[in-house]
Design a protein around this ligand. Structure first.
Ligand SMILES: [Zn+2]
Length: 267
């Protein structure tokens, strides 16, 4: 029987050529397994690309997301997710005002509905306000209409509370799929990822550790991810982040950094 089909070759028919050589006859053992493995490798590559687009917050695969500013200058951008949340957002605003530092707040719609006065104060103090979905849903398994609803309802809640149109969006956990970019585009949003986070939402991480982690990770153009709220618990305790903030600002300035408004990265 000819051995060009899908039957494995006879064991005696492996590689011809000199001992230790790599040449194998077509239809030989190595070719047979290569033909079997190539489609598997292609599938794994496709899954890998999909995972990259979904879970990597700055991946361009499912639409551009800005994850860092210019690396040429010692500038950095503070961003706070998952608020508004009176217990943390208010003291954070006080620290930002005392140090004259701008920041961006990516807000959860349901929390804006609950604490509209806090959202209004963020806007009144001149900080950037971004959309972070209605209920902090992980978007990667949702279809286009659900994603649009998450973004558009939140947009309305923010406009109602602050009289300001949000101009930016950040996906919860950074998880996206191909339907996120069109929903963001409908609202003329710039989509943001981040350069680094410091796991400040972990209750085992204290304020001094949050401060030290930011100091160690800070680099030119960094978009720093912090949390003034909890995506699911509207009164989640983020006082440790609030307590860390003054030290974060002092350390960064001592290292020659300037905090800039995130809006300057928008096209
Ligand atoms: Zn979040």
């Amino acid at each position: 029987m000819k051995n060009g089909g899908s039957n494995p070759p006879a064991p005696g028919n492996r590689c011809a050529g000199p001992p230790g050589g790599l040449s194998c006859r077509p239809g030989g053992f190595v070719f047979y397994y290569a033909r079997m493995l190539l489609p598997l490798a292609a599938t794994a590559a496709a899954l890998g690309a999909w995972a990259y687009g979904t879970y990597e917050p700055n991946s361009p695969l499912f639409g551009r997301a800005i994850g860092r500013g210019s690396r040429a200058k010692r500038v950095a951008y503070l961003t706070f997710d998952d608020g508004p949340n009176p217990g943390a957002t208010e003291p954070i605003l006080e620290t930002l005002a005392a140090h004259r530092v701008p920041a961006a707040f990516f807000m959860v719609g349901e929390h804006v509905r609950r604490f509209p006065a806090v959202a209004r104060r963020v806007a009144a103090e001149g900080h950037e306000i971004g959309n972070h979905t209605l209920r902090h849903r992980k978007l990667h398994f949702l279809g286009p209409s659900r994603i649009r609803e998450e973004l558009e309802r939140t947009h309305e809640l923010i406009v109602d509370a602050t009289a300001r149109d949000p101009r930016s969006f950040r996906a919860p956990h950074g998880y996206r799929n191909p339907f996120v970019a069109p929903a963001a585009r409908r609202l003329a949003y710039t989509v943001f990822g981040w350069t680094f986070g410091v796991w400040d939402s972990d209750p085992r991480v204290g304020a001094e550790e949050i401060r030290a982690r930011v100091r160690r990770k800070l680099k030119p153009g960094a978009i720093v991810l912090l949390h003034d709220g909890d995506g699911y618990d509207p009164t989640g305790d983020r006082r440790r982040t609030a307590a860390a903030l003054a030290g974060i600002i002092e350390d960064a300035r001592a290292a020659g950094y300037e905090f800039r408004p995130l809006g300057e990265l928008m096209p």
